[in-house]
Design a protein around this ligand. Structure first.
Ligand code: ADQ
Length: 736
């Protein structure tokens, strides 16, 4: 049995279904590779890397022997590692949680959702089965690419087992607004599952934004341009719009048999001088099929003159027939088709040609090629590849695409006639516009779309996702180098020990002490005071606590320590316990009375936020506010103040859950420079967590040590993960 353990560095693809189809006729099992665009594109990666697939084979073997035989053929001949499921597992995990809970919820059909604990348990169990099959046949050095909503727990399971491996997750369906997502009873587990990845991809920017907002609201994890820091890891969230295999479509269109079919169809419709409208969908309620049929009926009734001049070919692929809502939909669609044909048709003309079966892709292409109009009107669709296939197949650049604004593809196909599916009038108008559109306009619109579809094809998509994972791999190894490992710590401590005059610059909140909900609760504990006292008392040490806090609080909490205190980010310095506080910059503070009312407005608009007045500054804190509202309002306030303060020498800072305004020329870096000028130090160490500490890190002389608490972007030389690790590091320092 081949095992990746002997061949590290493979690309492991996990998806609900393996890219093969298994059929059994007259007792003989046949395994065929699936012809789909995605499967082909993933297989194409094999030229660069060895690729192995993990998934359900879509077939339930009748005996153990049959299972064994299928298993070995799949492994040996197809690089596929099957996860066999029982009928019950398929019912509960696939038809159940995946397609009766996640699918409707993520497509905004909350009323179609069932929330069955036993189905959620089956879903977790199947994710666990995938995990077990994968770890038995892979290594930490492999790269994992997990697909879609069936396997949302898998990234987390893999991350726990292989902490350092590289994992990408791509969601093929929409990610809904957090208002919808939060309905899910197991929402946090689903988010946690996805966040096991290094890279999470969505079709559109909107879905990525919805996901980030759910992570912020439900887990409280913020992001910086799509990067979420979770412990010592960065998870990147980005959009990767999936494309189609445009080149293959064009090649297939050139084939003799396809050309003949196209010619045959053309002759058929030309004889009657009829235009062809085409739709191609899985029979799914997200595809908006009844809405479309009702709009088509309205069109026929409002434009009797156009009736026999067109024909609507509607292809529907059977899908999830075991789910009740799909069976009901089939009845509804068939009754609507019957109604329209009965009402408008005649022996010579049937308005809707309804075909309910799957077609080989080669047979779809002639239809794309002869259709004057493609009617792609899903109610919600992650992307919708049919729209893109139609565009790719229009090699003469004619044809009109009618596309709903709620399909992910709309973000890239703005030249289509974009409609609101819920408005029958909109669809009717678009049909009229499409039928009347000049060839010139068709070409102008289609050419632009086609070029885009050719440039951003499925191979571009796989390559950019894989290079996204590679980027994260690089970032990880850079961060790995910056971690203050035991070996590096040893070197630092030995340099500290041999230093004759040492300057220690420590930030307070988030560094020496964890954040508290209320700033006044973050008082130093006895242990911290003891450690600081030990360090401050050492003859060779100059200890400075460099904080954004006001000097009164610093005095009350830390005033008894024989050390330097820096308050309000450097506006005040108390060099030692026997000296007075000195202002680094005075000047008029009249600006405060003008800025205060603005901050007070935000205090009133954002419950939980409050204004803090310092001698040299003002701060608006929103740590206790609803995280999302806080984030939105803080950006708004920042923009307002930025304009308001444009011609002043005041500076505006957006720190951790705080916006501060203070006179220019004051920052922790300048305070550090003042202290550095007082003596010659041969050992300098600065520790901080916030971006206000970045000024401090930047001001340090060459050879100085700097440590950032937490893993964001930084100028610091090293990382420590939390105030707790910082505390244990202080213990190490005091022991020297
Ligand atoms: P689907 O919901 O299946 O995919 P879609 O993107 O339109 O939707 O892909 C359907 C594919 O099936 C197309 O390649 C099409 O050619 C083929 N197909 C459709 N009808 C067919 C028929 N009658 N016979 C044969 N083939 C047919 C999910 C998400 C989408 C997302 C894709 C890819 O729901 O939003 O675009 O994954 O991520």
């Amino acid at each position: 049995m081949p095992s990746a353990k002997q061949k590290p560095g493979r690309l492991i693809i996990a998806s609900n279904r393996l890219p093969v189809s298994i059929t059994k006729r007259k007792g003989k099992v046949t395994i065929q590779p699936s012809p789909g665009g995605l499967a082909t594109a993933l297989r194409a990666l094999q030229t660069e890397k060895e690729v192995a697939f993990f998934g359900w084979p879509g077939y339930i073997p009748e005996s153990r022997n049959e299972q064994r035989s299928i298993d070995s053929t799949l492994r040996e001949e197809h690089n596929c590692f099957p996860v066999f499921l029982t009928r019950k597992e398929v019912d509960k995990y696939y038809y159940g949680f995946s397609n009766r809970t996640l699918w409707p919820l993520f497509h905004y059909f909350a009323s179609y959702c069932t929330f069955e604990k036993s189905e959620w348990e089956a879903y977790q169990h199947v994710n666990q089965m995938f995990f077990e099959e994968i770890i038995q046949n892979s290594a930490e050095t492999d790269t994992f690419w997990i697909h879609d909503y069936h396997l949302m727990r898998l990234p987390h399971l893999l991350r726990t087992y292989f902490p350092r491996t590289n994992i990408g997750f791509f969601l093929h369906i929409p990610f809904p607004s957090s208002e919808i997502f939060r309905i899910l009873p197991w929402r946090n587990e689903v988010l946690e599952g996805m966040l096991g990845s290094d890279l999470i991809g969505f079709h559109t920017y909107e879905y990525a934004r919805h996901f980030l907002s759910s992570v912020l609201r439900l887990l409280g994890d913020e992001n910086e341009f799509g990067a979420i820091t979770i412990e010592d890891r960065t998870v990147m969230v980005d959009n990767f719009p999936m494309g189609v295999d445009a080149q293959n479509i064009m090649t297939l269109l050139q084939q003799e048999s396809t050309r003949k079919d196209i010619e045959k169809f053309h002759k058929m419709v030309e004889k009657k001088d009829r235009k062809v409208i085409l739709s191609v969908d899985r029979l799914d309620y997200s595809k908006g099929i009844p809405h479309r049929l009702q709009a088509f009926e309205n069109f026929l009734s409002q434009y009797p003159e156009g009736r026999e001049k067109l024909v609507y070919i509607m292809l529907c692929v059977p899908s999830r027939t075991k789910v009740r809502d799909y069976a009901l939909l089939k009845q509804e669609v068939e009754s609507l088709v019957g109604k329209i044909n009965g009402r408008f048709g005649n022996p010579d003309w049937m308005p809707v040609h309804y075909l309910y079966r799957s077609f080989p892709f080669e047979q779809l292409l002639p239809l794309y090629a002869i259709a004057d109009i493609a009617l792609v009107t899903p109610v919600r669709d992650g992307m919708n590849l049919v729209a893109k296939e139609y565009v790719a197949a229009r090699t003469d650049d004619t044809g009109v695409l009618i596309l709903s604004g709620t399909a992910g593809a709309e973000a890239e196909l703005g030249e289509a006639l974009v409609v609101n599916v819920y408005s029958k009038e909109d669809i009717v108008d678009a049909l009229v516009q499409a039928l009347e559109m000049s060839e010139e306009e068709q070409i102008r619109r289609m050419q632009t779309m086609r070029q885009r579809i050719i440039d951003y094809d499925i191979h571009h998509w796989t390559r950019s996702f894989i290079s996204g994972i590679e980027e994260m791999k690089k970032l990880k190894s850079q961060k790995e180098h910056l971690k203050l490992t035991d070996k590096l710590k040893k070197k630092l401590l030995s340099d500290y020990q041999s230093g004759k005059k040492r300057l220690l610059l420590f930030d307070y909140d988030g560094t020496l002490i964890s954040f508290a909900k209320k700033p006044e609760d973050a008082k130093p504990d006895a242990e911290l005071k003891r450690l600081l006292l030990l360090l401050a008392r050492k003859r060779k040490n100059q200890l400075a606590i460099v904080s954004g806090r006001d000097r009164l609080t610093m005095e009350q909490w830390l005033g008894d320590l024989p050390c330097t205190l820096v308050a309000e980010h450097g506006a005040w310095i108390r060099v030692d316990a026997s000296s007075d506080w000195e202002a680094q910059k005075t000047g008029s503070m009249r600006w405060k009375s003008q800025v205060m009312p603005i901050l007070k407005t935000y205090e009133a608009r954002v419950p939980g936020s409050f204004v803090e007045e310092k001698e040299f500054g003002l701060a608006w804190h929103y740590r206790k506010a609803n995280p999302e509202l806080g984030e939105i309002r803080s950006c708004e306030l920042f923009d307002n103040l930025n304009e308001f303060l444009a011609n002043t020498d005041l500076q505006l800072m957006h720190g951790k859950k705080v916006i501060e305004i203070r006179p220019g020329g004051i920052n922790k870096g300048l305070a550090a420079q003042t202290l550095l000028m007082m003596h010659t130090y041969d050992f300098v160490l600065a520790i901080g967590d916030d971006w206000t500490d970045e000024d401090l890190f930047k001001a340090l002389p060459e050879g100085a040590y700097s440590i950032k608490i937490g893993y964001g972007t930084t100028k610091a030389g090293f990382f420590l993960d939390s105030p707790q690790s910082c505390r244990s590091f202080l213990h190490d320092l005091t022991k020297r």
